[in-house]
Design a protein around this ligand. Structure first.
Ligand SMILES: [Zn+2]
Length: 116
């Protein structure tokens, strides 16, 4: 999906993208530090910096944001800061997961079968 660039777009650096991939894989900062062979303080510095730049409050929201903007993990691809609104039907992993989590199980299943 191609869209016009925007001056607020966030571009992650190489290490930030690496941290983002680890976070998506469910890694906590200690695991990430071991995997990337860097200090745990440095991992927190990356995570806090990424949270500030994409305008989310914490690591959990950062993971949701990455799921909503998976292309941010590619070099040179900018993404819009801020989380999608509640009930967003863009079809990204982040929003689809959040949408189905808010529905009764049979409704959620219907939605997942239909695709958004
Ligand atoms: Zn969305």
């Amino acid at each position: 999906m191609k869209r016009e660039g925007h001056k607020d777009d966030v571009f992650f650096g190489r290490n930030e993208r690496e941290v983002g991939k680890w976070l998506l894989a469910g890694g906590d900062p200690k695991v990430i530090a071991g995997g990337m062979e860097i200090a745990i303080g440095t991992v927190y510095k990356y995570i806090n910096g990424m949270c500030a730049r994409v305008r989310v409050l914490d690591q959990q929201q950062l993971v949701l944001w990455i799921l909503q903007h998976p292309s941010c993990l590619f070099q040179g691809v900018g993404s819009v800061p801020g989380l999608h609104i509640e009930g967003c039907e863009c079809g990204s992993g982040g929003c689809l997961g959040r949408l189905t989590a808010s529905l009764p199980p049979d409704e959620a299943e219907k939605l997942l079968r239909r695709g958004v």
